[in-house]
Write a protein that binds this ligand. Structure first.
Ligand code: FES
Length: 242
């Protein structure tokens, strides 16, 4: 059950602490509804040379007759679902465990955090990072293809949108806690591996803004898909800049 705007919670806080979890419910809930609808729609995802990120890589419909998004979206979807930041966000806003810092939540004494089934499965996050990284490679390929108009180089508004989208998604992945551990973890002495130390410092710097990358990349991927759908349905025309 999502956080209630009217329910009384035990806290000494006097600020408007409900705003953040309520906004989280609205945005994350809207994203899930939109992404599910688009994944099931199974059309309007290709407006040459642009391909919706929800349907990348492009799969031949003769080989897979139902929506290919179902084959694809589990990887980035579970990557986000198990993300350390999103876990905090939806535990607070949807489950109220607790709804905010210094606010008594719905947790019972039997609450065991992520040490038991099913929440222990959140530890699979690093494996979803690997799966989502493969999808990310395809998205970079799509972004480069977005400059190829019938064999000729060109730049449309959609080309820029696709590059921006994959950039934001890359920042989200590179700022991931699992990626930071992947490149800097299990090292006792950084001086023995200066390259990894440099990469780890870069990832740590991005990691400080992980929440920001999580939100802007979420909006980015939705707006990119929406733009391509509007072009594919003829509601708008893609403007050619070059
Ligand atoms: S911790 Fe958020 S994507 Fe890995």
């Amino acid at each position: 059950m999502a956080i209630s705007a009217t329910q009384n919670y035990t806290t000494l806080r006097t600020d408007n602490w409900r705003v953040a979890p309520i906004i989280t419910v609205i945005i994350l809930g809207s994203f899930v509804i939109y992404a599910t609808w688009r994944a099931l729609e199974n059309q309007y995802y290709l407006a040459e040379p642009y391909l919706s990120p929800f349907y990348s890589p492009l799969i031949n419909p003769e080989w897979w007759p139902i929506s290919p998004a179902i084959l694809i979206l589990w990887a980035p979807g579970l990557f986000r679902f198990t993300c350390y930041y999103y876990r905090k966000a939806y535990y607070r806003s949807f489950a109220g465990m607790p709804p905010a810092c210094a606010v008594e939540g719905r947790s019972k004494e039997s609450y065991s955090g992520e040490s038991k089934f099913p929440l222990i499965l959140q530890n699979l996050h690093r494996f979803f990072f690997y799966a989502a990284s493969i999808v990310l490679i395809f998205l970079w390929y799509d972004a480069f293809k977005a400059f190829n108009f019938d064999g000729h180089y060109g730049v449309g508004v959609g080309s820029i949108i696709l590059v921006l989208n994959v950039f934001l998604l890359s920042m989200y992945s590179l700022s991931c806690h699992s990626f930071r551990h992947l490149i800097g973890g299990k090292l006792n002495v950084f001086s023995s591996c200066p390259t990894r130390f440099t990469l780890w410092k870069g990832a740590s710097s991005l990691n400080e803004r992980h929440m920001l990358w999580a939100w802007v990349s979420l909006f980015g991927v939705c707006l990119t898909d929406l733009y391509i759908r509007l072009v594919a349905t003829g509601v708008i025309t893609d403007m050619r800049l070059v």
